[in-house]
Design a protein around this ligand. Structure first.
Ligand code: ZN
Ligand code: ZN
Ligand code: FE
Length: 326
């Protein structure tokens, strides 16, 4: 962009009714010499002696001190107050994926994220704590050192807002949690279940959008990360290791994926909402990516080639063959 004005703001799409995060700050991203990794131990920012490290993203899309807004006579904008963190999951640069960490190491990552959530609760300007992980150059990951990200947002993300609306409608109608009910349905169907541990259940939902889409729910009805206790965190580490190992190994090339945590907003009353994790494995066949193309991005509806039942059986089989955990 040629303008030297810093723009970092939320712009409201009045047609779809959702926020777009606009920032040209990222374009100042400096060039790093070949082989330099900003997440490895021993840089001025990272130092030594850690297992998990939460860093401020240096080129954020949100800011704790967003620039002054330029108001528009028709359109609505808002300050992009928020935070972007990088969760460096291990000091070991050469690991490929979260599933290559030990269960204990993954548990530590989860604990750090929970602690960060609790810390962020005290910031009254924060509305939503979004934890996610992108894997694979196909989904734009340039730094291969294992890491995930946190966006602390000043608004409720669109997808979560839709989930909250539907969950509230279900609750008003039946007096029950939508997600607890759908877990029951998945358990009774059985064929899309990937695995069940003492505290969590993983399945490819009946209505999956992405080729290998796995949802992980706590069996206990909880709303937010601070309700995940130590025993649950340890058990989740085990489930994540198995599921992500399976997703990675379905085809010859490691599967690109996005993982996201959906939880209730940080403030307000959302007891009808049920925290969960969604993983979108994006290969249809070996090396062939499912694109959000014409129908998906143009119409907003997904087409699913094959069936979620078949995908579940392939994933279960991969886990059994390739993901034995002691
Ligand atoms: Zn590194
Ligand atoms: Zn529930
Ligand atoms: Fe969700």
């Amino acid at each position: 962009m040629s303008s030297d004005r810093i723009v970092q703001e939320l712009r409201w799409d009045p047609v779809l009714g959702e926020w777009v995060m606009v920032s040209n700050v990222r374009e100042l991203r400096p060039w790093h010499p070949e082989g330099f990794c900003p997440f490895c131990p021993g840089t001025p920012e990272t130092g030594h002696g850690w297992d998990v490290l939460i860093l401020n993203n240096k080129y954020p899309i949100l800011s704790e001190e967003p620039p002054k807004l330029r108001p528009h006579k028709f359109f609505k904008n808002a300050p992009s107050y928020g935070k972007n963190y990088i969760v460096v999951e291990t000091p070991k640069h050469d690991l490929d994926d979260l599933s290559d960490l030990t269960v204990e190491e993954i548990r530590k990552v989860i604990t750090y994220v929970i602690d960060k959530y609790i810390e962020e609760l005290s910031d009254k300007r924060s509305v939503y704590f979004l934890y996610f992980r992108n894997k694979g150059k196909e989904v734009g990951v340039s730094l291969t050192h294992p890491h995930s990200q946190i966006y602390v947002l000043p608004f409720i993300p669109t997808k979560v807002r839709r989930e909250l609306t539907n969950a509230l409608n279900h609750f008003k109608r039946y007096g029950r949690c939508l997600f607890c009910d759908l877990i029951d349905a998945e358990v009774s169907d059985k064929e899309r279940i990937i695995l069940k541990s003492s505290h969590w259940i993983a399945f490819i939902p009946y209505y999956a959008h992405w080729p290998f889409e796995v949802h992980i729910y706590p069996l206990k009805h909880i709303n937010t990360l601070n309700q995940v206790n130590e025993v649950m965190a340890e058990d989740l580490a085990y489930v994540l290791k198995k599921v992500l190992c399976g997703v990675k190994n379905i085809f010859e090339n490691p599967m690109p994926y996005t993982m996201v945590l959906h939880q209730a907003p940080m403030r307000g009353h959302y007891s009808y909402y049920h925290l969960h994790i969604e993983i979108y494995g994006m290969y249809r066949t070996s090396g062939r990516l499912k694109y959000a193309a014409g129908v998906e991005s143009g119409a907003g509806n997904f087409t699913y080639d094959d069936t979620p039942e078949e995908a579940a059986s392939i994933l279960r089989d991969t886990i059994e063959r390739k993901c034995v955990i002691q």
